[in-house]
Design a protein around this ligand. Structure first.
Ligand SMILES: C=CCCn1cc(-c2nc(Nc3ccc(C4CCNCC4)cc3)nc3[nH]ccc23)cn1
Length: 308
């Protein structure tokens, strides 16, 4: 055992973060399922004495070629991001047998914002919700600075690290905006979260920092609705456009009601300044939407109101 210990201690912290051997990755429980992936809670225990760290490990469900390419891109993305408000990359675990690899990330104990709000909605304060909003906004400012468009900003993709820290997760749909353009145009739609989509994403498959701002407004609505299922964006939008239409027409109907200036209604007890922030994120024309840095100022101003 001793020379194995010395091997591990010899590896620098950085290298240790990169190399995860499958035989030391002990499955504990399943944490969640995404479109093509699954995330498990594991203990990485090279010393075999249960002192190893807990990690979240994502692997593909289907080894379809296209999904493998997307997974590679997701790993490339998350490993290039270094921000307190974005879930941390730990490394890769190559499994000898199967061709698939696994993405090792920091484990966030409280799970998604949705399960957190369901559990703590009776004790969470407006100030705390504005603190979370500010952290997500800072994460998005960093993402924009790195020229990434998230494309799936929603409460389900925000993870809770502690009672005072949330992080942006799940970069499965994230794309890099080309240097010569201000937006990324998607070819296939796949499992699209259309109720979080900006009008130009619905009609032209265009995604930009400004369409991320639209989704940020929808996320704000989820948060200030305490992520209640009865008030979630999909349910409220379907109620407006009529829930019985088939999915192909849903995008068209949703675009039309947005064009006619329908928006998600103000959540109960939502501070007026916060609803006003959402409405600014939902400007039909993308150039009329605030930047994440302007949103940061608006959030700070709302926080001031809550302090007095
Ligand atoms: C493709 C998959 C979908 C997206 N996804 C991401 C994760 C995930 N989860 C956690 N922590 C976590 C902690 C507690 C709970 C519990 C479970 C029982 N009920 C209450 C909540 C759930 C999750 N940390 C993470 N780091 C990196 C990813 C990640 C999970 N799913």
């Amino acid at each position: 055992v001793s020379e194995r210990d010395s091997f591990w201690r010899a590896l620098s912290k950085q290298q240790q973060q990169e190399v995860y051997e499958e035989r030391h990755l002990k499955f504990i429980s399943s944490l969640g399922k995404g479109n093509f992936g699954r995330v498990d809670l594991c203990r990485y225990d090279p010393l075999g004495d249960n002192t190893g760290e807990m990690v979240a490990v994502k692997q593909l469900q289907s080894s379809k070629q296209s999904n493998m390419a997307d997974f590679q891109r997701e790993i490339q993305t998350i490993s290039s991001l270094h921000c307190d408000y974005i879930v941390k990359y730990r490394g890769i675990c190559y499994s000898a047998g199967r061709l698939s690899m696994r993405l090792v990330m920091e484990f966030l104990p409280f799970g998604s914002l949705i399960s957190y709000m369901e559990k703590y909605k009776h004790i969470i304060t407006t100030r705390r919700m504005l603190l979370f909003t500010s952290q997500i906004c800072k994460g998005m400012e960093y993402l924009q600075h790195m020229r990434y468009v998230h494309r799936d900003l929603a409460a389900r993709n925000i993870l809770v690290s502690s009672d005072t820290l949330v992080k942006i997760a799940d970069f499965g749909l994230t794309k890099i905006v080309p240097l010569d353009k201000e937006y990324y145009r998607v070819t296939q739609s796949g499992e699209s979260p259309i109720f979080w989509y900006a009008p130009e994403s619905l009609s032209e498959y265009k995604f930009s920092h400004k369409s991320d701002v639209w989704s940020f407004g929808v996320l704000l609505h989820e948060l200030f609705s305490y992520c209640e299922l009865s008030r979630n964006p999909k349910r409220l939008s379907l109620h407006r456009i009529g829930g019985d239409i088939q999915s192909a027409m849903m995008t068209v109907h949703l675009f039309n009601v947005l064009k006619e200036n329908w928006r998600l209604p103000a959540p109960a007890l939502c501070p007026p300044k916060v609803y006003s922030m959402m409405m600014q994120c939902w400007a039909f024309n993308s150039e009329d939407r605030p930047t994440f840095s302007i949103l940061q100022d608006l959030i700070e101003s709302s926080l001031q109101d809550e302090r007095e």
